[in-house]
Design a protein around this ligand. Structure first.
Ligand code: R5P
Length: 291
């Protein structure tokens, strides 16, 4: 029988415990004391020896601090175990997967270099923003999807003639997959984001959503701009209720209240990032991918 040790990074303790329970693995806690100058003092409560070590740590904000915690834990543990997997349920920097404007650093490829340098043998992540980002990591990496788990949640809801909507064409395939599992239709809006100012506009002019419940499906919500603009557009088109299903709810600043103010009835996300909206657990799909 394979002997696993799960180390819970400070950003993903609850999820790490869930994964450890499912795998019947030893659970090890980490400590993170932040000094007044912002530096972290990271500790591992009990160093695992000769087991497959799974370090669970999402890299949501504070992104760089959480990333350093992950890198530090792996770097320490590599002296005692040769098989270390980084379980990064939410992979920060995945949107920086190419040089969009001249001079931009492809940060996700830097993250890959750092993870390789400290001794990461494999990465498991959930609904990474793009396949390009996954490739740029240049480590054996598995991307699992939480769509089926989100769908299970929505199947229990009473919805009126529901329609799945992607806020942009980049999410069309995801919305399609969601809709197929719900056995309903999907559409994708056309969105434009100004790369310099971040301003978002919906370019679609008309959709047929009158009196229908809509589920906006996205991989992540950051500032909420994409969801707010899409909701305002759909409301103008006289849809009934708007629900949001996403894997990663970053919800930076006051995104949650702004989204609600725009008229969204409910935001449902997973626990890749622990938030009030995290009603769907990814512990099972991650554990299944490990076994
Ligand atoms: C974009 O391609 C992504 O799938 C999300 O739609 C986007 O990153 C969400 O960001 P925000 O909430 O800031 O609009």
């Amino acid at each position: 029988m394979v002997k696993f040790t799960v180390i819970g990074g400070n950003a993903s303790e609850d999820l790490a415990r869930k994964i450890a329970r499912r795998l019947k693995a030893v659970y090890v806690k980490t400590g993170n004391r932040v000094f007044p100058d912002g530096e972290s003092k990271i500790t591992i409560k009990k160093i695992p020896r000769n087991s497959i070590v799974l370090v669970v740590q999402s890299t949501y904000p504070p992104v760089d601090t959480n990333l350093l915690h992950l890198l530090s834990v792996i770097s320490k543990v590599r002296k005692y175990s040769s098989k270390i997997y980084a379980i990064i349920p939410y992979m920060g920097y995945a949107r920086q997967d190419r040089e969009f404007l001249e001079g931009e650093v492809v940060s996700i490829s830097v993250i890959g270099k750092l993870l390789r340098a400290v001794g990461t043998k494999k990465i498991i992540t959930v609904d990474i923003h793009s396949k390009t980002a996954l490739r740029e990591l240049k480590i054996p990496a598995e991307n699992i999807t939480a769509i089926s788990e989100l769908v299970k949640f929505f199947k229990k809801k009473k919805l009126k003639n529901p329609l799945i909507v992607s806020p942009d064409s980049g999410g069309e395939q995801r919305a399609n997959q969601f809709a197929n599992l719900m056995n309903i239709e999907s559409i994708a809006l056309k969105k434009h984001r100004n790369r310099k100012t971040g301003k978002i506009n919906i370019l679609t002019s008309k959709v047929n959503v009158k009196d229908r419940d809509v589920i906006l499906v996205d991989d992540m919500i950051s500032t909420g701009g994409s969801i707010i603009k899409s909701t305002q557009f759909l409301k103008k088109q006289k849809c009934k209720r708007v629900f949001v299903a996403c894997t990663h709810a970053l919800l930076v600043n006051n995104a949650e209240s702004r989204i609600k103010k725009a008229g969204v009835a409910e935001i449902i996300s997973t626990n890749t990032i622990p938030r009030n909206t995290s009603k769907v657990d990814v512990g099972k799909i991650i554990s299944d991918a490990i076994l």
